[in-house]
Design a protein around this ligand. Structure first.
Ligand code: PAF
Length: 276
């Protein structure tokens, strides 16, 4: 029987020893993408803890913190069915009883590019809460989705550099049959926008294909991809090809690669990526 708890004290009672669970951190409003991470975590034969916490630190003042959907009851039903054992859903007072003045400052080479360039401070907010959640849950392993590709890399680097005894696993991106990557923010889209939203992954696939044919024209191909998506009514932040290892621009012959993109469709900012 899954337990839903809201305090660190309850978590310690249920899991007195460190390194005995698999962990999936979330901000709730769950979809199949999150549930597949929970099922992956459950495959390790340890108790699975999922956290639900909408982390104010990773939202800029103009972003959607206040309207981010809070759907705890439904999330818990879904988590139970997916094989989660403990839902840790602290409120802000519990997780940040004092203002969180100590922060985790990630490597700017990895965290100030792409998402970090367009959302300054985002990865500091993410790393700080993930470090704190790791301290609360003390998992043996944690699963993060590839949908947030850069986040996964930043967390991996953080765990490595702080020598945290936690294995980080990547979970594959779940897509609707249309190709649209599942995301909590898809809920902001109208039916019509939802079908249009597949244009982002299509643009990334095309960019990857064109890059394979003419790698020396990368800068030009990225600009072309941006122009084409803008002509379809989007406001793109970036569409780019990077090395998977460090998210730097590839030199000729570098592999493996990933095409990453972020763009706004009306008021909704979507991100996606394709490994190739
Ligand atoms: O990916 C998310 O949902 C969040 O960034 C995370 C990792 C739960 C931290 O708040």
């Amino acid at each position: 029987m899954m337990k839903t708890i809201h305090t660190l004290a309850e978590l310690r009672r249920l899991l007195p020893d460190a390194g005995t669970c698999a962990f999936v951190p979330t901000m709730g409003n769950l979809h199949e993408g999150h549930l597949s991470l929970v099922r992956q975590a459950a495959g390790h034969g340890m108790p699975v803890v999922a956290s639900i916490f909408v982390n104010r630190l990773q939202f800029a003042p103009h972003e959607d913190f206040d309207r981010y959907p809070r759907t705890l009851a439904r999330d818990c039903e879904l988590l139970d069915a997916a094989g989660c054992d403990i839902v840790f859903a602290p409120d802000e007072q519990e997780l940040y009883p004092q203002p969180q003045t100590f922060k985790v400052l990630p490597d700017p080479a990895l965290a100030d590019i792409l998402e970090g360039h367009f959302r300054p401070g985002f990865f500091t907010g993410v790393c700080t809460v993930v470090m704190k959640l790791f301290g609360c849950v003390r998992p043996k392993l944690a699963v993060f989705g590839k949908k947030d590709y850069q986040q996964l890399m930043v967390i991996r680097r953080m765990v490595e550099q702080f020598a945290l005894p936690i294995a980080i696993e990547a979970g594959e991106t779940c897509r609707a049959s249309s190709g649209l990557a599942l995301s909590s923010r898809n809920g902001y889209l109208s039916e019509e926008q939802r079908s249009k939203a597949t244009e982002l992954v299509a643009a990334l696939r095309l960019l990857a294909e064109r890059y394979r044919e003419a790698p020396s024209r990368l800068v030009e191909l990225e600009a072309q991809a941006m122009r084409e998506l803008a002509a379809q009514g989007w406001a793109p932040d970036y569409l780019t090809v990077r090395r998977r290892s460090d998210l730097a621009s590839p030199a000729a012959g570098d592999a493996p690669l990933v095409a990453l993109g972020a763009a706004k469709l009306a008021n909704t900012r979507l991100i996606d990526n394709i490994e190739f």
